[in-house]
Write a protein of this length. Structure first.
Length: 505
């Protein structure tokens, strides 16, 4: 049955009959200045085929040399994933033809990876606000080079139906680390969420290590999702499919769920699963067949004759271990406890990409509640409207702390603070300079406040009468009138006091 004709089995029915098994292969582009085996630059977005040389184009006689920085990054990733680091490993040639493979083979690692036998604990939130922890075992993390990029010109953007295809080799040879899990079993209904959480936590770890920007939207981190089903309770692994190059966390979860339902439909109808690669379609939320999946022997691996083995000394490995940052999951737990955030507040902070910004704002003297308020409400909204990440707004944690200090000192209020942020984004100087240039300081002149209160009372005699009769809550209307007259630059608390004094309440 094709993707178009397969009727998916309801998710709950899948779980009643089958046990899912996951496998995730995550490719991480390293942020080294040059490629894996040559000196070509790796800058993203350069004009097509301008960052190439005889080595990464596979021209006759060109000789590769290993990028030491890439090896260092690979070791640090392996250590952060609790892996063993090989004392001796080597590269191999993985032979297959593809238009964006200029050499017709990929220089990778096969049976001797740089890192192996690791693990990472993944936490998944539950409906009752608690978390469940799943240990994801890492089979290997190995070094390899990226391929080029094919561009299929036409209405579909895919090779089928394209008018013609172009190939950009700028990406060919960029250092990659491929992190491969062992089969993840026992997740059951949580399998899609576990897959998403694993990729999310792995991305956070990669960013914390500083070895890649891990931008899924730019392809610097890509996930291949392997999924199989087996009869419930059988304890075996079914035939797997591999959904290639899933490029968002949401899509990882959706792809797992879809493949579970599709596999169940085929198996329930008496069919068998074809071991193949599949393509994920973000717009329709389905996968379609790619090519039959090759086994390792089909790639005719053999040791790369032009590269010497890599043998990192134990002293170097231990030196790199000392450079590892705090584990992102442990860091979040520590900060949440220090700040007193609820699980939901912490998830929102992390989800907005504001964790470090909030941390630095608190370090600058702001309370956790105030730091979260500004970054997750006012500034997150502006970033969303502009279609950029929070750091790209140009507002710093030090400036946010200064704005909050002006609020707490009575110089401005929250409403005026929003106008201060307008000035900061526009590059008008420090918060104090923006307040002065825009005339935003709160009016503290008792005479001016008293006159504005008198005007509001005179203009609203019915409201004033209610206040005189003891209905103090009605003062809100007069406060609003005064604030409007003074362009929001009055001390609302002092205005309320004056109103009640003047009306004898």
């Amino acid at each position: 049955m094709s993707a178009a004709t397969t009727t998916l089995v309801p998710f709950e029915d899948v779980l009643a009959t089958y046990d899912p098994a996951l496998g995730l292969e995550v490719h991480v582009e390293l942020n080294s200045a040059t490629k894996m085996f040559c000196g070509c630059p790796t800058e993203f977005g350069a004009d097509p085929n301008t960052q190439v040389c005889p080595t990464c184009l596979g021209l006759p006689g060109a000789m590769p040399a290993v990028n030491r920085k890439a090896v260092e990054s690979a070791i640090r990733i392996g250590l952060a994933l609790n892996c063993e680091i090989a004392e001796w490993c080597r590269f191999a040639r993985k032979n297959y033809f593809y238009p964006d493979m200029p050499k017709n083979f990929q220089t990778s690692q096969y049976d001797e990876p740089i890192a192996f036998e690791g693990w990472m604990d993944v936490t998944v939130p539950t409906e009752d606000g608690e978390v469940e922890t799943y240990r994801v075992e890492i089979e290997r993390a190995h070094m390899e080079e990226d391929t080029g990029k094919s561009l299929h010109v036409g209405t579909s953007g895919r090779i089928h139906g394209a008018d013609y295809s172009l190939v950009d080799y700028n990406r060919a040879g960029i250092p990659l680390i491929e992190i491969v899990t062992k089969p993840i079993v026992g997740a059951g209904a949580r399998a899609p969420e576990v897959a998403k959480a694993y990729v999310a936590q792995l991305r956070d770890l990669i960013v914390a290590l500083g070895v890649s920007d891990a931008r899924m939207d730019q392809g610097s981190i890509r996930a291949d999702v392997n999924l199989s089903l087996a009869p419930k309770g059988s304890g075996v692994l079914g035939t797997r499919t591999e959904t290639k190059n899933v490029n968002s966390l949401r899509s990882v979860e959706r792809a797992v769920r879809h493949e579970m339902q599709r596999h169940a439909a085929i198996l329930g109808g008496g069919g068998s699963i074809l071991q193949e690669t599949r393509h994920w379609h973000e717009d329709t939320g389905v996968t379609t067949s790619g090519r039959e999946k090759s086994d390792a022997e089909d790639y005719r691996y053999f040791p790369e004759p032009d590269l010497v083995p890599v043998a990192p000394s134990r002293e170097w490995v231990e030196e790199l271990r000392g450079t590892l940052p705090e584990n992102p999951t442990q860091r979040r737990a520590r900060l949440q406890a220090e700040w007193g955030y609820s699980d939901l507040e912490m998830r929102d902070t992390v989800g907005a990409g504001a964790l470090t910004l909030v941390e630095e704002t608190i370090a600058a003297g702001t309370s956790p509640a105030a730091a979260r308020k500004w970054w997750l409400s006012e500034l997150a909204r502006r970033a969303n409207d502009a279609g950029v990440e929070l750091p790209a707004l140009g507002v710093t944690p030090t400036q946010v702390a200064a704005v909050q200090a002006l609020v707490e000192g009575g110089s401005i209020n929250d409403k005026l603070a929003r106008q201060v942020f307008d000035g900061l984004i526009a590059g008008e100087g420090t918060p104090e300079e923006v307040v002065e240039k825009r005339g935003l300081a709160i009016v503290s002149d008792e005479g001016a406040l008293s006159e504005a209160v008198d005007d509001a009372i005179a203009a609203n005699p019915d409201v004033a009468a209610k206040i005189r009769d003891g209905k103090v809550a009605a003062a809100g209307a007069l406060i609003g009138a005064v604030m409007k007259q003074m362009r929001g630059q009055a001390d609302a608390g002092r205005v309320r006091e004056l109103i009640l004094e003047k009306l004898g309440s």
